[in-house]
Ligand binder design. Structure first.
Ligand SMILES: [Zn+2]
Length: 172
């Protein structure tokens, strides 16, 4: 979408402090954060609601987890909040909030004052924190959990014997 601010960030028409980027997603620092180092994760493709494109939305969540882990490592925090909210920008996004002990509960509707230089330093730390995780690709048929009946003990033995007979045949 031409007028969407987040799409402009993806196209690098608006500057943003990026902390993570891959083929489908982008994570950047919120310059009006609710907590220091708060990140916004977006899909590069424009859509509004998570259920407009569940596949891409799940990739955004994968990135949100990576960013959450990066925040934990970089800032030495115990907790990170992740939220999917409807915000002012109509482009799907997931927010990742570092949770500092003195900031619990964390108020989403209350932006905090933050020094931009300090924010840039935090961003650099988050960006540098290494997280080597990648989702294993799941085949569609693995998603369906089937309840198979266990074969009776005798049948099991037979099948095993059959296997070894076949196997020795193949080897022999
Ligand atoms: Zn957009």
């Amino acid at each position: 979408m031409t007028d969407c601010i987040f799409c402009k960030i993806v196209r690098k028409e608006i500057p943003a402090i990026t902390v993570y980027e891959d083929e489908n997603t982008l994570a950047f620092i919120d310059i009006n954060p609710r907590s220091k180092g708060m990140c916004i994760v977006i899909p590069k493709k424009h859509f509004v609601n998570f259920d407009d494109d569940m596949d891409t939305a799940s990739k955004v969540f994968d990135t949100a987890l990576i960013v959450a882990k990066k925040i934990k490592i970089a800032l030495g925090l115990e907790a990170v909040f992740i939220a999917m909210l409807i915000g002012q920008v109509p482009h799907f996004n997931v927010r990742v909030y570092p949770v500092y002990k003195d900031q619990i509960p964390l108020f989403e509707n209350k932006p905090i004052k933050v020094n931009q230089k300090e924010l840039a330093e935090i961003a650099e730390k988050i960006k540098k924190a290494e997280v080597n995780w990648k989702r294993e690709t799941k085949r569609k048929e693995e998603v369906i959990v089937e309840k198979k009946e266990e074969p009776k003990q005798e049948e099991k033995v037979d099948k095993e014997e059959e296997f070894w007979i076949k196997r020795s045949f193949l080897i022999g």
